[in-house]
Design a binder for this molecule. Structure first.
Ligand SMILES: O=C(O)CCCC[C@@H]1SC[C@@H]2NC(=O)N[C@@H]21
Ligand code: NA
Length: 577
């Protein structure tokens, strides 16, 4: 099959793709014209805190399962084998800790934005730093998510590239702007179903065309794509059980524990129990999404092994390889290419709509409201909608600017999420688990974490490309002067979030102790989680009291200044033990 042959679509395919956009638009319109008709920020940004656990859990999946994973995971397994599947082990702690640590603290403070927590626990400065870091992270991540499917499609199917980006980007911006969080959550539900259906279709057709499951298994086994348990402790090895299973926990915590897009969904739950339940329900669906991606990679390997050997050395080929093979596999089956395109764009739409909405929320709640004269509810909602619209248009502009990086899109997305998500996770951990930390320590820690993350992230790109690019040898020598630095740059990207998170905590504690640690009575009630008390459960009660983790059952008193219910006793703050 000649790579230059562009795959053409039948009418059915275009209809299916158009149906995806129409259905998403219809859901947006429905929520614009029903309920409170999106007239308050409580409804527009938090769905009136009325959501139940099922839609929330599917929307939690959709927020960070974009076309990048749909294209990237099969490509990863196709080229490197099933080692990546071990990231599934990170989902256990990666969802249990958010369910039992982050959700209780953040939900009971009845926040609108995750970064309000940083002001309650530290100061306004820390809140603003956290908000700006989040905005930076999501704008870049959005660009990768919207560009990936469009570019891959164009390269393989002649699908009009910019027309697609514009069409999906505008539809997404529209339904997010008019329908608010309710529309974003319910379109996420619909789009998650489309995502699973598209991947399943490719797997079924691929197995059938390869000659059955056993045939696939034989080819996959022959090509030793089934990776064993790699327990190599070397942190520079890209994918091992440790980088994926342990490093992946930090990545999951930065996304499912403290990322505004996910926290906003927890806060939109009608009760705390619903929020915790939605976190539990994410686990099976996330494992299913991971399994579908890995199996799709294996089936494609079995189906195209011979061709792959010929083409794999063309680096440009990687990001488009999956689409290319899928389009070849599905051609002649009218409707299936359209379903797969719809699946790709469902991934992109559901991720960028969550990003628009969370970006509009934090900009409104953390940057505008606290610094502008109080505005009427109607005006605040209008501004929030304008923000969602402008972030949508910004994302489209970014997509036109960004160029798909040479290596796998999955790796690029995980690097961005790791490099920026890790430091933000670190600041939240510093605040929740270390009562002594103060706001100077938090700001210094965040800065140190970001510096370290970008140093290793950018260093890894420069040194890797410098080995192939025309960088002068002197420059190369300077860059990787010592082998230690070389090893530092070759740290697996799966450790970026863990490494930067720990840097934030260490630096944050040191600076806090140097500038005068916070006293227990100064810590805002309800903002600290007794991690030490939990971990030292075997230590006698009186010793634990000294560690300031008091027994539970504090009675709720309404604090007039903060307006938040919190647990307080006469001499010490009660924690959730
Ligand atoms: O946008 C994408 O799909 C790529 C980013 C994936 C983010 C992480 S990886 C672990 C967890 N599982 C998912 O499906 N997404 C998140
Ligand atoms: Na998505």
């Amino acid at each position: 099959m000649d790579p230059s042959v562009q795959k053409h679509f039948t009418v059915v395919d275009y209809v299916i793709f158009a149906l995806l956009l129409v259905a998403s638009m219809a859901i947006g319109l429905y929520y614009a014209l029903s309920g409170g008709r999106q007239r308050t920020t409580q409804e527009f940004l938090l769905a009136d805190r009325s959501m139940s656990c099922l839609p929330i859990s599917l929307s939690l999946i959709a927020s960070f399962q974009s076309a990048v994973a749909i294209v990237g995971v099969p490509a990863e397994v196709f080229v490197h084998g099933t080692q990546y599947w071990f990231i599934g082990c990170a989902y256990i702690l990666g969802l249990l800790i958010p369910a039992h640590v982050f959700i209780p603290v953040l939900y009971r403070l009845r926040l609108s934005s995750a970064y309000q927590y940083l002001e309650l626990r530290f100061s306004k400065t820390v809140r603003i730093c956290g908000t700006l870091t989040f905005i930076f992270q999501m704008v870049i991540y959005m660009a990768v998510c919207v560009y990936t499917p469009a570019l891959a499609l164009n390269a393989v199917t002649g699908f009009e590239l910019w027309g697609t980006v514009l069409a999906t980007g505008l539809v997404c911006t529209l339904y997010t702007t008019i329908g608010g969080l309710k529309a974003v959550i319910w379109t996420d539900v619909f789009q998650t179903v489309v995502m699973f259906a598209g991947q399943l279709a490719v797997i079924v057709v691929g197995v059938q065309q390869t000659g059955g499951v056993s045939e696939v298994w034989n080819k996959v086994w022959e090509g030793n794509r089934i990776s064993g348990l790699n327990l190599n402790p070397d942190p520079t090895e890209r994918h091992t059980f440790w980088t994926l299973g342990v490093g992946g926990v930090f990545l999951m915590l930065s996304l499912y524990g403290v990322n505004q897009a996910q926290v906003q969904r927890y806060l939109s739950a009608r009760t705390e129990k619903e929020a915790v339940r939605s976190c539990y329900m994410v686990f099976p669906s996330l494992q299913l999404a991971l399994a579908l991606g890995c199996v799709m990679g294996l089936v494609m390997f079995a189906r195209y092994f011979s061709l792959f050997i010929r083409l794999v050395h063309q680096v440009y080929f990687r990001p488009r390889m999956v689409i290319y093979f899928v389009m070849d596999m599905l051609q002649g089956l009218p409707g299936l290419p359209g379903l797969f395109i719809a699946c790709l764009f469902s991934g992109a739409l559901s991720t960028i709509s969550s990003a628009f909405n969370s970006l509009a929320t934090v900009t409104m709640e953390d940057l505008i409201k606290p610094h502008c004269p109080p505005m009427t509810e109607a005006r605040a909602t209008m501004v929030s909608k304008a923000l969602a619209l402008s972030y949508g248009l910004l994302c489209l502009a970014m997509a036109f600017l960004s160029h798909l990086m040479a290596d796998s899109v999955l790796q690029v997305a995980l690097k961005i999420l790791g490099m920026v998500g890790g430091p933000i996770l670190g600041v939240f951990c510093l605040g929740m688990f270390f009562p002594w930390s103060n706001s100077i320590g938090a700001v210094a820690g965040l800065a140190a974490g970001l510096v370290v993350a970008f140093w290793v992230g950018i260093g890894s790109i420069v040194t890797r490309t410098s080995s192939v690019s025309s960088l002068s040898s002197k420059c190369q020598n300077v860059l990787i002067a010592t082998s230690g630095l070389k090893r530092f740059y070759s740290l697996s990207y799966m450790w970026y979030s863990g490494f930067s998170c720990i840097t934030v905590i260490v630096i944050g504690l040191i600076i806090s102790f140097l500038t005068g640690p916070m006293k227990e009575e100064d810590v805002a009630p309800g903002t600290v989680f007794p991690l030490l008390g939990k971990l030292l459960w075997f230590v006698p009660e009186r010793v634990r009291k000294r560690l300031c983790c008091v027994t539970p059952l504090g009675h709720t008193v309404r604090n007039t200044t903060k307006g938040n219910p919190f647990y307080k006793s006469q001499n010490c703050f009660y924690y959730y033990c």
